[in-house]
Design a binder for this molecule. Structure first.
Ligand SMILES: Cc1cc2nc3c(=O)[nH]c(=O)nc-3n(C[C@H](O)[C@H](O)[C@H](O)COP(=O)(O)OP(=O)(O)OC[C@H]3O[C@@H](n4cnc5c(N)ncnc54)[C@H](O)[C@@H]3O)c2cc1C
Length: 402
């Protein structure tokens, strides 16, 4: 039986996230971005503190580590959609620590999880700035081609020495804890050996040799911090190497990205919905001889936007349900949700600009800013092209129905 109704906990978390987005995220973004200004760090941090008090940051972590223990990925999707509806940049700023947490959840041993995961949680429900994490995978010469990365972890007595440069790292300049993916077998020649040689390492802020490079100037998701991360002779003890040979390697990297894909898709969906709602309201209010929604050309744009948003939500919820229930993605369902949501988010923002006419080109009307926010979802955590490669890899294993 298919049932699309939400349970009480899901509805409660969705409403809380929406109220927070409506009263905190969107007003803050509008206040500064409409004037072309940056949100001051102190105001951004204050919003993060409030989100932390509401448990909007650690709700998904198991209670044994101090999280709220909400394992349901549909709830994650609901929260992601609502927060990004408010502002995608602030959402990413708050949620990207989750990528480091996912890396720890996917690659760490139980002992390592006990050591690091509680740092991200807020069992006392206080309004404090949470621990910030960063996941450092991408390099100047290795983006989509992950096994081509050249950051090296060489054994040195009882530990490792890390050298390399990571690029485009969210929270790179402000993280308390970095999960760095490095090659432990730099002599490896074959792809399989290189994949097996990858491992995650925890490097704490302040460790000698780790330094953020300069901030990138971005077009969108302006509230998030994105920098290079330089590692020069960074010494880490053996205990900071995540997992063991079975749990680590490329499988751990895939598991990390797979685990966050539904949230990324849901956040793109939130931007699409924000753009659609603005465009709908505008089309009803704007009169050019008659309300412009009554022109078929405008009405059809809105009909298409709504239909695609509903289809996108269907993909997100299905993938979320499968993830919650440990149903394997045999058709690349996580990638389907990610690629479709990011593509329709860009499309919805473009149509929203068009429906606004000249006003759509003005900062005051927000939809142009949201286009820039939406665009990055086609790129990060695996580009749309890479998602399609993943989907087709699954499809090539399938048999045609009789
Ligand atoms: C704002 C921002 C924040 C980010 N945050 C993080 C972060 O926190 N941590 C992190 O590790 N990374 C982060 N990234 C990096 C992001 O994940 C990469 O940019 C992305 O994976 C693409 O890699 P690339 O930029 O090197 O592009 P490339 O891999 O060089 O790709 C360039 C183009 O070639 C295409 N292409 C490449 N290979 C293939 C292929 N096999 N088949 C078909 N097409 C292909 C791509 O689809 C793309 O269109 C961030 C990026 C941005 C923009």
């Amino acid at each position: 039986m298919v049932d699309f109704s939400l349970n009480e906990e899901q509805k409660m978390m969705q409403q809380m996230a929406h109220d927070f987005a409506r009263t905190e995220l969107r007003p803050l973004a509008d206040k500064y971005y409409r004037q072309g200004l940056k949100i001051p760090d102190e105001e951004r941090d204050q919003v993060v503190r409030k989100a932390n008090a509401l448990r909007l940051i650690d709700y998904h972590l198991p209670s044994e580590y101090g999280g709220l223990g909400i394992h349901d990925v549909v709830t994650t999707a609901l929260i992601g959609e609502e927060l990004a509806w408010g502002d995608a940049g602030l959402t990413v700023h708050m949620a990207v620590s989750g990528l480091a947490m996912k890396a720890l959840a996917s690659m760490a041993t139980d002992e390592q999880k006990k050591r690091w995961l509680p740092r991200f949680t807020n069992p006392n429900n206080e309004e404090k700035l949470p621990t910030m994490g960063a996941f450092c995978l991408t390099e100047p010469n290795a983006g989509s081609h992950v096994t081509g990365l050249s950051t090296v972890a060489r054994r040195n007595g009882k530990g490792y020495v890390l050298n390399g440069t990571k690029q485009f790292i969210t929270n790179g300049g402000i993280a308390d804890l970095y999960v760095v993916v490095a090659q432990t077998n730099p002599e490896a020649q074959s792809s399989a050996e290189r994949a097996a040689g990858l491992a995650g390492f925890v490097v704490e802020r302040g460790t000698n040799g780790l330094r953020p490079g300069s901030d990138y100037l971005k077009w969108g998701v302006l509230a998030s911090n994105t920098t290079e991360v330089v590692l020069e002779d960074v010494v880490v003890p053996e205990e900071n190497r995540l997992g063991n040979d079975e749990q680590g390697g490329m499988l751990g990297v895939y598991a990390t990205l797979e685990g966050s894909r539904v949230l990324v898709a849901a956040a793109a969906l939130g931007i699409a919905r924000a753009a659609f709602e603005k465009a709908l309201a505008y089309a009803k209010a704007r009169v050019q001889k008659k309300p412009i929604i009554e022109f078929q050309a405008v009405g059809h744009k809105l009909a298409d936007m709504e239909t695609k948003i509903q289809a996108a939500r269907g993909l997100v919820w299905k993938a979320a349900w499968m993830a919650t229930n440990d149903v394997p993605f045999l058709r690349g369902e996580g990638s389907q949700a990610k690629v479709y949501c990011s593509e329709i988010a860009v499309e919805a923002c473009m149509e929203a600009i068009q429906i606004h006419g000249g006003y759509g080109f003005m900062k005051e009307y927000d939809v142009g800013r949201w286009l820039n926010d939406a665009y990055v979802f086609r790129i990060w955590e695996g580009t749309s092209e890479i998602q399609k490669n993943t989907i087709v890899r699954f499809l090539s294993q399938l048999e045609a129905s009789e």
